[in-house]
Design a protein around this ligand. Structure first.
Ligand code: PEP
Ligand code: MG
Length: 566
């Protein structure tokens, strides 16, 4: 078995088609007729653009408009006036078109590859794709025709470029296997949109796999089995059938509102970590974003991101979401999330230490920079602010006072923002559960962070395997805490959501419906499954289950009971 990264879920069983990299080598020559060489280069560029438009058209049909735009982006790269101008200059100086174009592309590739962020790094892959496309044309090399691949083909390549993916006929390609790439590469995104199981970063696969060899790939687990035996084929074929059946079932819930069996509507939103993930939330049919973890913006940098950088990131997510809700959580560092340049001291008990809102309230400049960026972005969508790790009323008051201070500054500077922006809190500490009634009077909404709430209620670190038997949201203490928080929110007429992992747990859903939760914030791929789960319960049935579950004395009994009825 070869381990890689599963980037598009599902099982693919088929025969390998190796996409060998063409040797794009040539002997650079000095040209004398530079005008003719420039003309040859321009014709290659035109031909490249024609091919790309055709590929984009094909992709529009198979994957959608947005994905086709990825391809069209290649045209803007190749037609970049600076790039073309510099290539012209090199040709005028006597270089052949191949050498001139390659050296300019290589320059961009090295600049983009050195960037810290994934988006710019991805541009390096795009330029590489453009470079080999134009060089192939200049050198007269014809590519393997992926569009002619027979039914039951697993494509295997060092790197699968968007232009290769554009040629895929969904009916025939049952899997994608590559030696490089990861979850965020364009080809991974496209594979997910096309719903083709894909494994990337499978080490040395190009030298181990043979053309026409049978292969099984598990895109969920990131596993590859070359030349599987009959029993393995049978096992994975059954798994594949089951997954496809489940997927077909779930697809019935796409585009539908999230309602229980007796017609109560719920909000089903997503947890995201990057602005681009907002698009993923929409692709997976999420109704907005219930938790934008902003730490990544800080983790991806070597110094704190400026107000402008943060504003652009939040604005981007808001624009993608087109007025669907977007809850932005302010910086939640410390605990397991370290950011070197913030100079957090080593602590004996980092989870009980100087983290999240505690750190932000003591570093007001940093906090206000973030609040101003969020406020400015609020002019572009339906944004709310959420404070993490609240344990007492003072923290909410102080945080809100800073929001007011930032609002006043923006008014003076005549910068637009949403005057009615909501400010809520994460209830994820035992303290917040116990004083939920007091906190509800200070907050516009609650979002229960069960990942931390479980740890803080049980005094059990989820990373410590010796105490992991205690770490469960189904512990009677944690369930009582959750119930108390939701009920306090309901009594004070504020909406209560949940953004911890438990929001997507089928065993928890009847309890949450019974307690009165109104918003479920889950990872994007869980949206349809959670919508289906919610649709199965009436309030009456959920109440009966909750009443019984809340009477058990142990986590084991709760779990056994819920596993039976859910
Ligand atoms: C939580 O604690 O449940 C939560 C959603 O926050 P995080 O996982 O980012 O700590
Ligand atoms: Mg948390």
């Amino acid at each position: 078995m070869i381990k890689g990264i599963g980037v598009s879920g599902g099982v693919g069983i088929g025969k390998i088609l190796l996409i060998e990299e063409h040797s794009l080598t040539y002997t650079p020559v000095t040209v004398t007729d530079t005008e003719a060489e420039t003309q040859r280069f321009r014709e290659a560029v035109e031909k490249f653009c024609e091919n790309t438009i055709q590929q984009a058209e094909a992709l529009k049909v198979s994957a959608g408009e947005k994905e086709a735009e990825i391809m069209l982006g290649h045209i803007s790269i190749v037609k970049d006036p600076f790039l073309l101008g510099e290539v012209d200059k090199l040709i005028a100086g006597g270089q052949c078109a191949e050498a001139a174009f390659e050296s300019m592309c290589d320059m961009f590739i090295s600049i983009f590859s050195a960037a810290d962020d994934d988006v710019t790094k991805q541009r390096a892959a795009d330029v590489r794709d453009v470079k080999s496309g134009v060089l192939s044309i200049l050198l007269g090399i014809s590519e393997v025709k992926i569009s002619d691949a027979p039914k039951g083909t697993v494509l295997c390549a060092k790197e699968l470029t968007p232009s290769m993916i554009a040629e895929i006929n969904k009916e025939n390609i049952v899997g994608i296997l590559t030696e490089t790439g990861s979850t965020t590469s364009h080809s991974a995104i496209l594979a997910r949109v096309l719903e083709i199981p894909a494994v990337m970063s499978a080490a040395d696969i190009m030298s181990t796999a043979k053309n026409g060899e049978m292969v099984i790939i598990d895109g969920t687990k990131g596993e590859t089995i070359l030349s599987p035996d009959e029993s393995q084929i049978q096992f994975y074929a059954a798994k594949r059938e089951k997954l496809l059946q489940e997927r077909r079932e779930l697809e019935k819930f796409r585009g539908k509102p999230t309602i229980s069996a007796d017609g109560t509507a719920y909000e089903l939103v997503c947890n995201i970590g990057k602005p681009d993930d907002a698009a993923k939330a929409i692709d997976f049919d999420g109704e907005g974003v219930g938790l934008f973890r902003t730490e990544f913006l800080f983790m991806d940098h070597t110094s704190a991101p400026s107000e402008e950088e943060q504003f652009k990131a939040y604005q981007k997510a808001a624009i993608i979401l087109k007025n669907k809700p977007l809850i932005i959580r302010t910086l939640d560092i410390g605990g397991d999330k370290d950011i070197p340049y913030l100079g957090l001291a080593k602590e004996e008990n980092p989870f009980m230490g100087f983290r999240a809102i505690r750190y932000c309230l003591k570093h007001r400049d940093l906090f206000k920079t973030q609040l101003r960026a969020i406020l400015r972005a609020s002019a572009f969508g339906k944004i709310s602010i959420m404070f993490p790790l609240i344990t007492c009323v003072e923290e909410v008051r102080e945080g809100k006072a800073l929001v007011e201070e930032c609002k006043e500054e923006l008014r003076t500077e005549h910068i637009a923002f949403d005057e009615n922006i909501k400010v809520g809190i994460m209830t994820e500490t035992a303290a917040s559960g116990i004083i939920a009634d007091l906190l509800a009077q200070e907050s516009d909404f609650f979002s229960i962070g069960t990942n931390d709430l479980t740890g803080y209620t049980m005094a059990a670190d989820r990373g410590n395997s010796d105490v992991s038997y205690l770490y469960s949201v189904l512990q009677p203490s944690v369930l009582r805490m959750i119930k108390a928080i939701i009920e306090a929110g309901c009594r004070h007429n504020i909406p209560v959501g949940m953004c911890g992992e438990a929001a997507a747990d089928p065993l928890m859903i009847p309890l949450l419906i019974s307690f009165g939760l109104t918003e479920f914030s889950v990872s994007a791929p869980s949206v349809l499954r959670v919508r289906k789960c919610i649709s199965a319960w009436t309030k009456e049935k959920a109440d009966a289950v909750a009443q019984k579950a809340m009477n058990f004395a142990t986590q084991k009994e709760v779990k056994e009971y819920l596993s039976e009825v859910c």
